[in-house]
Design a protein around this ligand. Structure first.
Ligand SMILES: Cc1cc2nc3c(=O)[nH]c(=O)nc-3n(C[C@H](O)[C@H](O)[C@H](O)COP(=O)(O)OP(=O)(O)OC[C@H]3O[C@@H](n4cnc5c(N)ncnc54)[C@H](O)[C@@H]3O)c2cc1C
Length: 341
């Protein structure tokens, strides 16, 4: 019997597992993939994410997790009228595989038991505890007073528990050899409706040019991507010598009012699984913060799930209103985001 089973070793789950272990609770951190696992991501840690790492993990992100150029200097947004806005801020450019692996090791170092290659497939409350069925090398069950579900966007466990609506945006990005006349220290987001159904973006990772588009309708990926490439050729001298990789991923589609699902009974949700995500897909800081706050609420009410849920909801009010304000800011730049106001 654990105090808490944390599902998913992303930034949210690792922060939660480390926090719970630090408070003296017995924690199992179950991760579906073998670590280090790949996660499609631009890998920009904004200043807030770097501060949260320092606060929750007691040190800075190691240099080994960074990719070139390591320092991100901010974002350049181009609005739906083609006007550019520069938001300067120090940040870090990381590979998620290395960053998340480091976070998981830090949770383990604190005392959390880490089981990678092990997926939580279902769970059910049995009076004073929750029984979780896990599938790794075999299928087995573990019990805990709480489950903290930090599965990210595609939560199989959450879907089973809630009946699960599927409301996603598909991201498509490619890694390329080539050249462009943009400063590689910035992340560029393009909000023109002719380039994507959400946003299109450019950034650099280990000298690879990363170009991506986000769509609601996957049949439109190719069309938008080609238009985005043409735009970048015409406006920024993009030249692609070789496409090295392409990948598709999912991101939750955030709805007006930024609804959050906090959990049911002894199963709490945090990070993307709960709906914590900032505009343009910045979700690492919201993942870490919500994971920390959920962990504190559980630790404070180990035998009272209703009180834990109420405290968690209250503690994340500021984070939620920050998300709402951020969405309003982006809504001011592009019609596609106006429904968020
Ligand atoms: C293309 C793209 C670019 C992005 N760029 C950025 C960026 O630059 N900066 C930023 O801050 N955010 C970015 N994001 C968003 C960011 O990746 C997520 O918001 C963030 O990873 C959410 O953290 P999390 O811990 O909630 O979930 P995740 O990081 O998704 O972690 C969830 C973990 O749970 C595991 N898991 C899932 N199901 C189970 C299960 N049933 N049992 C056990 N384990 C399970 C998964 O394997 C995964 O390791 C981007 C997203 C996309 C798609």
């Amino acid at each position: 019997m654990y105090d808490v089973i944390v599902v998913g070793a992303g930034p949210c789950g690792c922060t939660a597992a480390r926090t719970l272990a630090e408070k003296g609770l017995s924690v199992l951190l179950a991760e579906r993939c073998r670590l280090p696992r790949y996660k499609s991501c631009s890998g920009v840690l904004i200043r807030k994410s770097m501060e949260l790492v320092r606060r929750f993990f007691g040190e800075d992100v190691p240099a080994a997790a960074a990719c070139a150029p390591a320092d991100n200097r901010g974002m350049v947004f181009t609005d739906d009228k083609g006007r550019s806005f520069l938001f300067e801020q120090e940040g870090l450019n990381v590979w998620r595989s290395s960053f998340d692996h480091w976070l998981a090791e830090k949770a383990k170092e604190q005392g959390a038991q880490l089981l990678d290659g092990t997926a939580a497939v279902s769970c059910g409350e049995k009076g004073e505890y929750v029984s979780v069925t896990l599938r790794g090398e075999g299928v087995f069950a573990e019990n805990a007073k709480y489950v903290l579900d930090c599965e990210g966007c595609i939560g199989a466990l959450k879907r089973r528990l809630t009946g699960g609506e599927r409301d996603y945006i598909t991201t498509y990005q490619t890694f390329n050899d080539g050249a462009i006349d943009l400063d590689p220290h910035y992340f560029y987001a393009y909000l023109q409706p002719e380039l994507s159904e959400y946003d299109a973006w450019f950034n650099v990772k280990d000298d690879r040019l990363v170009l991506g588009v986000a769509v609601k309708d996957t049949n439109k990926i190719r069309d938008y991507y080609e238009r985005f490439l043409a735009y970048m050729r015409a406006n920024h001298g993009l030249r692609i010598d070789a496409q090295l990789r392409e990948e598709r991923w999912l991101m939750p589609r955030v709805r007006p009012g930024c609804p959050v699902d906090y959990g049911r009974g002894r199963v709490l949700f945090a990070g993307e699984a709960a709906g914590f995500l900032n505009p343009m897909g910045e979700g690492i800081s919201a993942g870490m913060e919500s994971g920390f706050l959920a962990a504190c609420a559980i630790a404070g009410h180990l035998d009272d799930p209703a009180a834990a849920l109420a405290e968690y909801r209250e503690a994340t009010r500021l984070l939620k209103s920050y998300m709402e304000r951020q969405w309003s800011l982006v809504a001011g730049m592009a019609a596609a985001f106006r429904e968020m106001e």
